[in-house]
Ligand binder design. Sequence first.
Ligand code: GLV
Ligand code: GLV
Length: 327
Amino acid sequence: MNKPFVWLTRQIFEPAIQKISEVAEVEIWPGENPPPSDVILEKVQQAEGLLTMLTDPITASVIENAPRLKVISQMAVGFDNIDVDAATRRGIPVGHTPGVLTETTADFAWALLMAAARRVVEANREVHQGIWRAWGPNVLTGVDVHGATLGIIGFGRIGQAVARRARGFSMKVLYNDPQRDEQAEKTLNVEYKDLDTLLQESDFISLHTYYTPQLHHLINRQRFEQMKEGAIFINTARGGLVDHQALQWALESKKLAAAALDVFDPEPIPAGHPLLQLPNLIITPHIASASTFTRQKMAFIAAENLIAGLGGEKLTFCANPQVYQAG
Ligand code: GLV
Ligand code: GLV
């Protein structure tokens, strides 16, 4: 029996590839960088399954030119690179990998929060440059984390995991989300606030929502203006949620003390971007889920979703469960 052909847009954890190979003929884009769009378009002519990364634009035209495609399995929790509506129209389930990366991503949001508050990157850069300033009362002073107010925008798994960590720092935690979660409010000791109030009252603001076009530039100039003088802004979610020109204004005007971003729009950030000149901005290249162990688990879940889709079974983690409704 011929095995179905599947295409992986990147080399992933080898045991996960082996698992896929048991049921499919596997081809893998060999590059470390994402495959160009024309290669994606060519491969989907034949593929019955695609295993994708968040860097791969899986547009409506890709999906509509994939006559044999049965499943798209994304190795990420977010899937805004995929035109899910186009997949749903064709009855193609889209898999993703929530859950396994929650704690690892929350750890990293905290790494950025702490680093921004206490100017860790700036201080490290100075020392590496041979500048060890003598201890001084005003040298590299930052902002206290303990006892401060943390505002979390997007209170899903990751937002809640970030909130849980805040308890160890005796922080007051506010959250905003389209859905109030009164259970979590009790267990995590957090308060629901409308977005305006959250922005006005928080010392730290951290984004943890999915990206949708409705949320494009959710954090714009007006939102930054609402924030406290000297607040710190963290984004480990998606770059498109933030107007980066407005962020530049907020950092240059010292409205914000600092910001830390793990995501940008576009990625990578263009060389010479003016934000890169600012000492009070930390920026990392979209690595919040990048612990070795978590990436291995993500690879396995992506493999399992792919295999389920090839076999016509329900994906365990599906971004468009509507495909399973009788139609
Ligand atoms: C990372 O950004 C992810 O969506 O998994
Ligand atoms: C991701 O796991 C989230 O929903 O926050």
